[in-house]
Design a protein around this ligand. Sequence first.
Ligand SMILES: NC(=O)c1ccc[n+]([C@@H]2O[C@H](COP(=O)([O-])OP(=O)(O)OC[C@H]3O[C@@H](n4cnc5c(N)ncnc54)[C@H](O)[C@@H]3O)[C@@H](O)[C@H]2O)c1
Length: 258
Amino acid sequence: MNRLTGKVALVTGAGRGIGAAIARAFAAEGAAVVLAELDIATAQVTAREIAEATGAKVLAVQTDVTQSASVQAAVSEAQEALGPVDVLVNNAGINVFADPLTMTDDDWRRCFAVDLDGVWNGCRAVLPGMVERRAGSIINIASTHAFQIIPGCFPYPVAKHGVIGLTRALGIEYAPKNVRVNAIAPGYIETQLTHDWWNAQPDPEAARKATLALPPMKRIGKPEEVAMTAVFLASDEAPFINASCITIDGGRTALHHE
Ligand SMILES: NC(=O)c1ccc[n+]([C@@H]2O[C@H](COP(=O)([O-])OP(=O)(O)OC[C@H]3O[C@@H](n4cnc5c(N)ncnc54)[C@H](O)[C@@H]3O)[C@@H](O)[C@H]2O)c1
C-alpha cells in the first residue's frame, strides 16, 4: 500500500465524513497528511486516530476555507512541517437548502463562501508551488448536484456547478505545467451531513428509506468509496486524467426513472 509514498496531501474539512476517509486512505497509502479543518478538536482526534492506525505523519491545522489567508497559512504550515503540498483535496462543504425567493442574502453568501470560494481559496494557495515544481494534483469534491437539480435545494447546486466550472478552467489553465485539476461528484454518501438532513425531515426514517431506494444499487455510498477514487486521482496512476469529473453514485444519475 505505497501508492502515495513521499507525497504530502492537504485535505480540507477532514475532521469527519468524506474528508476524514480520504485523509485515512491517503495515509494508508504512505502520504503525509494535513487535516485542514474548521473544527480543530474533531480534526485532532481524527489525526491521532489516523496516525496510530497507519504510522503516517498527520497534522491537524485549524483552517477556515472561506478565508484565503487562513488557507494560505495552512499550506505554509504544512510545507514547514512536512514539505511542499503535492496533493490538495478541496472537500470542505456545507448544505444550504432553501427556497430561492425566501432565502436570505446571508444564506446565499454562506453557501458560496464555503462551497465555491473555499475551493478557489485552496487552489490559489497551492497552485504557485505546484506550477513552480511542475507537479501536483488537485481534487475538488463536487456533488451530483453539480449537474442535476432537486427542488428545494437552492443555492447548493449553483455553487457545485461552479466547482465543476472551476475544475475545468484551472485544469486547462495549468495542464502545460503538469498540474492536474479534477473533481469527484458523489451521490448520497452516508455521513453526518446526510444524517443531519434526514433528521431535519418530518419523518427521518421515511426520508432515510426513500434515499436508500433512489440509486439502482438500492443503497447509498460509503465515505471510503469516495476515498478510493481520491487515492487514484492523487496517485501517479492517473497522469493523463485532467479537467475531469468522476461520478460516484451507483449509477443514479444515469437512471431516467424506474
Ligand atoms: N454526504 C453526501 O451525501 C455528499 C454528497 C455529495 C457531495 N458531498 C460533498 O462532500 C464534501 C464532504 O461532505 P461530508 O458529507 O463529509 O460533510 P460533513 O459535514 O460530514 O463534513 C464536512 C467537514 O467540513 C468541515 N467544514 C465546514 N465548513 C468549513 C470551513 N469553512 N472550513 C474548513 N472546514 C469546514 C466541517 O467541520 C466538517 O468536518 C462536501 O463538499 C459535500 O458538499 C457530500
